[in-house]
Design a protein around this ligand. Sequence first.
Ligand code: NAD
Length: 689
Amino acid sequence: MNSAVELARDGDIAVLTVDSPPVNALSAQVREGIAEGIRRAEADPAVKAVVLHCAGRTFFAGADISEFGKPPKHPNLPEVIDIIEAASKPVIAALHGTALGGGLETALACHYRVAVPSAKCGFPEVKLGLLPGAGGTQRLPRLVGPEQALEMVASGNPISAKAAKDMGIVDEIVDENALLAGAVAFARKVIAESRPLKKVRDLDDKVAAARGKPEIFDAFRKANARKFRGFQAPEYNILCIEAAVNLPFDEGIRLERELFQELVSGEQSAAQRHVFFAERQVWKIPDISEDTPTLPIKKVGVIGAGTMGGGISMNFANAGIPVTIVEAKPEALERGLSVIRRNYETTAKKGRMSAEDVERRMGLLTGSLKLEDLADCDLIIEAVFENMAIKKEVFTKLDAIAKPGAILASNTSYLNVNEIASVTKRPESVLGMHFFSPANVMRLLEVVRGEKTDKKVVATAMQLGRKIGKVAVLVGVCHGFVGNRMLEQRQREANRLIMEGAMPWDVDRVLYDFGLPMGPFAMADLAGLDIGWSRETSKGETIREILCEQDRRGQKTGAGFYDYDENRNAKPSKLVEQIILDLSAKKGVTRRAISDQEILERCIYPMINEGTKILEEGIAIRSSDIDIVWINGYGWPVYRGGPMFYGEQVGLGHVLERLREYEKQFGAEFKPSALLERLVAEGKGFRDL
Ligand code: NAD
């Protein structure tokens, strides 16, 4: 055979073993070996059945994604799958680990399937903007019916062996520690009982029941409309399942191929694959290796139980780490803890957590009014007001209280972490841990490395991020770090656009349609317009100031840029429109019609430009880290790959040209960075850096 596939005999059963570490991906060599193995087993008169299984930690975990975008090598997966299904002797797949994507498709082409209890199977293709393209969408519904097939292919989530058995994907569960023996025994049973060659392609009863019932698919689309918004792949997966129900097998396969080809060569899948790899890159830090010893974090302190402190504390309680939360005033502490409890109880009410879990997690949180109570914490995260003087005061005190070696982190959004560190005698233990709101939900954690932060401290924060379910991205010190620094660019342009001629709902609509969860003005209303605003200092010079002065402070007051009804549904406001018209008239602006294209470019291109400055300054390690920040911290649509990826997709040359044009019209804020100029001049992209 070849070095990845071995054919052996156990009496009258041929055992085809694939051993291609780490995950037995279905590479060209593996495919060749399987095809050859089946051929030989067929030709050997002594063989009555074939068991197909994998060595190592898993059954085929999927296609070999490194082959995507390269010329196809024969036999391709559909060809191998046809060879298996057409075999004249029963082929039994023996599943362990994760039978995913092409792995599950291969299993479905076998005539029977056995699995160990810990095995999982699923079709994650949709998460990479794809669909199972080797018959998966046509075989699965024939085996389990369209409803369950829809759920599996369009969600991409794996299921357990038990669920697979209940659904009919797996024929028998075998002993966890004796998969091969169990599979061989099952094969003997198939022969002894002269069971038929069960070809999934020929099954019909499950799909026949749904034939001519488009309402099944419409209901599924409707139930998932929010989750699927903007994504192409879920709809294509649905179309394939629909085809499995309504068309003969071979026609369904043709459609599946066609739609797969369209997806795999399309922009969305390219973006989603980029994100997949980008997320696995964030840990690659040039001067800190992934196995750098980290400090044990057994107890955490959080200072401030406001919006952020509460959410941050929940992350640790969720991971089973006790937290002491220190507040300045008893009322604030009380309020903070009750918000946390309410959050947990809401989750419990939705059935996603048990009542005991709520108590267990609350039991890990201790409120206090004394910083001294943080003396035994291994990590202390400060989340008090965004004010340098206050933060310095807190860190000066902390320095005196915290045990030697304890990590002192700030959740500051914009402030200089080096300056905060400078008031301590242990700047090597200080860094930023910038969570995003709501901190118990958003996956992003910017780990801000100070000038003097010790490598061990950085590594600990990065690893801890992973432990609490975050995507940690390492960034350097600058105003607003990566995410907020770029956000400011968009914010400035959004505000200028409404003074020049657009309305807030125009700007929001364009960005929402682009795929963001909401536009800047809806977001401002949600966060509250009065963050950092006070009546005493308000001069009525900006729209925001005027709105705050009129007590339109966002959703919480029932009005902001929009009017809100009792269900918090937003409606464009006539009053706000007038305020905007009046203020622009007062400033002598002749308003003009602004195209959606201009809105999009002026909001997004300066962000990309700022991203290149961030790279130039070494604030982010690589452009894909910036993409990960935006996807996980601000809801940038995954199918657009992040702002930097998007910039390359529309073309850096085009972005540069538009920036130059806007620079002429609107000024220096649009001045392209030196890096962008250089990349375009040299015909290079971010991956050449
Ligand atoms: P907040 O006003 O909701 O909460 C701050 C809390 O700190 C208040 O409850 C206050 O009583 C308490 N506090 C103030 N001084 C204190 C002291 N000396 N000792 C103990 N407690 C003290 O503010 P927030 O939105 O939670 O922001 C906190 C920090 O997080 C800020 O640095 C902010 O920039 C940053 N941040 C905020 C967001 C966001 O979206 N709100 C996102 C990321 C980061």
